[in-house]
Design a protein around this ligand. Structure first.
Ligand SMILES: [Zn+2]
Length: 136
């Protein structure tokens, strides 16, 4: 095996470790910085794609829960206050519990369905279906 093949093999091993649908679903931690009076979350797109939800929806939830205005700017979310990352991570965890993980089997293989204006979380793994209380 040459150097290049070895490198590829290692790369594939790494991919397997983080694949979605693994036994333990992990939520990526936020990365970002405080700039002046703003907090900039630079990996919001990665988090949204990992949990397979629209980034706009996640951004809206965070703004409401953290009671702060903000906007999506290229691949970052700019929140107009100083926040510590722990606080943001907690809110993302809350988002995942509410909108992503199945209450029944705890798997992340769910989809949000809207029927007659009522949103529900439908689990593709076990078939459970729950109404979503949040108005976002
Ligand atoms: Zn389920």
């Amino acid at each position: 095996m040459n150097e290049y093949e070895r490198m590829l093999e290692n790369a594939y091993k790494k991919i397997k470790v983080v694949s979605v649908g693994a036994e333990r679903f992990t939520i990526p931690k936020v990365m970002g910085k405080v700039a002046g009076k703003n907090t900039i979350i630079t990996n919001i797109n990665d988090i949204a794609s990992h949990i397979r939800r629209p980034v706009e929806h996640l951004a809206k939830f965070l703004q409401k829960e953290l009671a702060v205005s903000g906007k999506l700017e290229s691949s970052s979310l700019v929140l107009k206050t100083k926040l510590n990352s722990q606080k943001v991570n907690e809110k993302i965890e809350q988002y995942v519990k509410e909108f992503v993980l199945c209450y029944e089997c705890k798997k992340p293989d769910t989809e949000i369905v809207s029927e007659k204006g009522v949103k529900s979380k439908h689990c593709l793994a076990c078939g459970a279906k729950y109404p979503i209380k949040s108005k976002i």
